[in-house]
Design a protein around this ligand. Sequence first.
Ligand SMILES: [Zn+2]
Length: 74
Amino acid sequence: MPCQACASFTANRASGAYSLRCLHCCARLIKSARPLRRLQEGHIAALKRFHGAAWPDVWPEIQRLLKEASTTPD
Ligand SMILES: [Zn+2]
């Protein structure tokens, strides 16, 4: 389920709130860095550090959300 930060983003797209625990937020954060690949990679590295041992499970899920997001018009 999207978190509080997601809810405020839905209400106000200028909201810069992200919760690193929330995979929807992680996907939004990565997407927000596009098309700046270096910035995007920086975000991914930070998320990887944050999630630690859970990352191998978390990352495919984030990628799935990113894929979904890219098929939805902004
Ligand atoms: Zn969220």
